[in-house]
Design a protein around this ligand. Structure first.
Ligand SMILES: CC(=O)SCCNC(=O)CCNC(=O)[C@H](O)C(C)(C)COP(=O)(O)OP(=O)(O)OC[C@H]1O[C@@H](n2cnc3c(N)ncnc32)[C@H](O)[C@@H]1OP(=O)(O)O
Length: 428
């Protein structure tokens, strides 16, 4: 068992040039190793570094002070951790800047020495000092981040849709679709996504790497993925309001499948119109999509309700409240009332008792540790209920929220009822 005193922890801004560029490239090679991805060649390294510079990403590496002969060079970190700022739509007047955490890896030969814990605790302290009300991440495993106060705030459905001759929409969506060169999505995509982000509670604004990935320009293996195809949706006045990129699974599979790479729709007509387009692809009888909304209108729009099968329900956005007052005052509300909730937080950031009064769509929140709480929950459960995507009564039933006053979970559920079901399509 090692100790974290055996490592130097360094945090630096991602760079393309000079010493910082070299450190960034070594960090990237360590990250790809952690996620079992191929080593990056010079071109892919240059591209990945440029993307991170563009996002203003801050990179943390843990560097072993000593290493055995012939092992990886001392410039290659044994652990990686990246952060950057993006907004999350919390249903308030403006999207809320969030501290996003990504690319967390610890080399197998150095794991379970507390390296992640050290990086996470230091990073969340910095995020609080920098004034962030919320932090967020998407995860590889659901067992890692609860202990650091993160909770599942949005979910997605992985669906498979039968697109054979049975596929028929009950009403024809407005607008039309047209094929494009998928590479165009690298430039057209951000504008379409901006419309989605503005309109959907739970959406996380995207970082630069997304546009290379979903357009096929920068495939998973660090090379162009020429199998990615794309189509746009235009509204009745000819304005682009949605797109889909997708990939054919190959002739070997039976049935022949198309996998949606990315689907962004600013409204229901665009969403259903893009599905109608996918269903019109000849020689394909199944379309899969890994990030469909839980309240998917597609099933209800189809003449045959059974064409949509949900393969799995997956946790998507994990949220961490760093400043309870600022976070809850920033979100939007549809109901009115007041409540006192007590929060326990192993890292201390959200600890306290809070009085929340909601009126006219806005909340005023004040810490009052002398107040008697109506209910108590931990930081992870608080992150889960924040956007309104998880019902506090369900958490109470799961033993993750304790009512001190009978009916308090129902009162919180009413107060935090979302403007709409939170949903996002950004993984980071
Ligand atoms: C946001 C993201 O980037 S998600 C991606 C996460 N990364 C990966 O999945 C890549 C492969 N895995 C790894 O690189 C590493 O195993 C990591 C990053 C998950 C863990 O790193 P480590 O340095 O081993 O974690 P560390 O020793 O600090 O453990 C911290 C705590 O988490 C626990 N823990 C760590 N990994 C896991 C896990 N996979 N499942 C359950 N618990 C875990 C430890 O038991 C420890 O618990 P405690 O402090 O409460 O007693």
């Amino acid at each position: 068992m090692g100790s974290i005193t055996e490592y130097d922890f360094r945090t630096f801004a991602a760079a393309s040039e000079g010493e910082g560029g070299e450190a960034t490239r070594a960090w990237l090679q360590a990250e790809t190793q952690g996620f079992h991805e191929p080593r990056l060649d010079d071109k892919a390294l240059a591209r990945a570094s440029a993307d991170m510079v563009n996002d203003g990403q801050m990179l943390t590496g843990a560097y072993a002070r000593t290493r055995p002969h012939a092992s990886l060079g001392g410039e290659v970190p044994v652990a990686t951790f990246a952060t950057f700022e993006r907004t999350i739509n919390v249903g308030g007047e403006a999207p809320l800047p969030a501290h996003l955490i990504s690319a967390v890896t610890v080399r197998p030969t150095h794991r379970r020495n507390g390296i992640l814990r050290h990086m996470m605790e230091a990073d969340l302290d910095r995020a609080v000092a920098d004034g962030y009300a919320i932090a967020a991440l998407t995860v590889s495993e659901a067992t890692i981040y609860r202990r650091f106060g993160f909770g599942v705030a949005t979910t997605v459905h992985s669906i498979s849709v039968a697109t054979d001759q049975r596929f028929r929409l009950l009403a024809t969506p407005r607008g039309r679709c047209e094929l494009i060169d998928a590479r165009e999505i690298a430039t057209l995509g951000p504008g379409v996504f901006a419309g989605f982000h503005e309109g959907r509670v739970g959406s996380v604004d995207r970082h630069t790497k997304y546009w290379g990935r979903v357009s096929g320009l920068d495939g998973e293996k660090g090379e162009e993925d020429r199998s990615v195809r794309g189509a746009l949706h235009y509204d009745e006045s000819g304005v682009i309001d949605g797109y889909v990129t997708y990939r054919f699974s190959g002739w070997e599979s039976d049935p022949q499948i198309v996998e949606v790479v990315d689907l962004v729709a600013q409204n229901a007509d665009a969403y259903l119109g893009l599905w109608q387009f996918l269903a019109s692809l000849d020689l394909v009888t199944t379309v899969t999509y890994g990030a469909a909304p839980a309240d998917d209108p597609l099933r209800w729009a189809l003449a045959d309700w059974r064409l949509v099968s949900v393969k799995s329900v997956n946790d998507w956005l994990w949220m961490r409240i760093l400043d309870v007052v600022a976070a809850f005052e920033a979100r939007g509300y549809v109901n009115e009332g007041s409540i006192v909730f007590g929060v326990s937080d192993p890292l201390g950031h959200a600890t306290g008792r809070y009085r929340m009064r909601v009126e006219g769509g806005r909340a005023s929140v004040a810490r009052d540790d002398a107040a008697a709480p109506d209910l108590e929950l931990d930081a992870s459960a608080l992150g889960s209920v924040y956007l309104g995507g998880v019902d506090p009564r369900v958490l109470a039933a799961a033993g993750q929220l304790a009512e001190q006053v009978p009916g308090a979970a129902a009162s919180l559920a009413r107060l935090l009822a979302p403007v709409e079901q939170p949903y996002g399509i950004t993984h980071f």
